[in-house]
Design a protein around this ligand. Sequence first.
Ligand code: APR
Length: 335
Amino acid sequence: MIKFANPDIIAAASKDYATKQDTESLTKVLEAVSTILKEEGEVFIPVLVEQDGSMSLETLLNEKRETFVLCCTSQFQARAAGYETTINRRLSDYIDMVMQLDAAAGICVNPGDDYPFTMQKLMLQALLAESQKAPYSNGIKLFKGDITTMDVDCIVNAANNELLGGGGVDGAIHRAAGPDLLAECKILMGCPTGQAKITNGYNLPAKFVIHTVGPVYNLNSEDPRHMQERSELGSCYRSSLEVAKLYHIHSIAFPCISCGSYGYPIEEATKIAFIEVVQWLNENPNYGMQVTFVCYDDEAMDVYKSIIDNAQHPDPDAPNFMSLLTGLGKDLPKQ
Ligand code: APR
């Protein structure tokens, strides 16, 4: 299923650094720590339970008699170091706490390992700052081309309720991702219209695929169901962004959901897409999500561009419903 980094990647990188002692392997240890910080991974913290039931952090002295608190990347590592009692904390919270401890010089990772890795406070501060920096500012981009070629955290698939592949962008994504995608989709047991489910990206450049199911547009234009279709289409974008946020995704590409086989008029669908995405960006101002609308052909590109143009150069007489477009990234194509 969805893969998150295992804190033991720090142990593996530390071993490599201990043998090579070069800048490249040190960088890899720091990248491993950063990954765990960004993914809010948890570590095992050896503690001493006092007589009165209170707990204090186990510590070690280094050769300079500086005091280091400890953390282990697994229960196994804790036991290997002889610590049976540990508490779990997010590494980011633990570093935050250690920075407040005047007596501590830093953290020693996996003290019982052949290759323990020690981080002084200065290094901890830099790692923490780096992990808290929003990787992206919020923004919206347009891209004309094949969504399966995009090297973003996640691409969105315009799927059907069965989630077993199909034509259009669904077919393209499954072909590019390979058979493992279908195998994982089968486990998801389908997806209701307007909702979204996530899988790995497999052979795609994108790490994840979010599968969402748009409404089928009812051609009888008087049909009152259009309200429901609007709501379902809007929900595709919103649900996909909510799932993306859960998985710490910061760059996501949407095709024109429902605008192919499902027959949704692209002008109407594009407005719905923009309003939902901009509202979500405005509700999550500090999250840092780079949203790309992918246009497979010139027609779609022209529609998206005209919406952006209206938003940036509003016609004083026309109702400027797109005033929400304050989330426009600075990367928009020059008009
Ligand atoms: N990259 C980007 N966009 C694409 C690509 C691609 N490789 N292929 C098609 N598109 C565009 C189409 O031009 C259209 O604008 O994606 C948009 C959505 O069209 P469909 O893929 O037909 O999706 P949709 O209208 O939501 O219908 C979904 O069609 O393919 C089946 O299994 C799918 O049953 C589902 C239904």
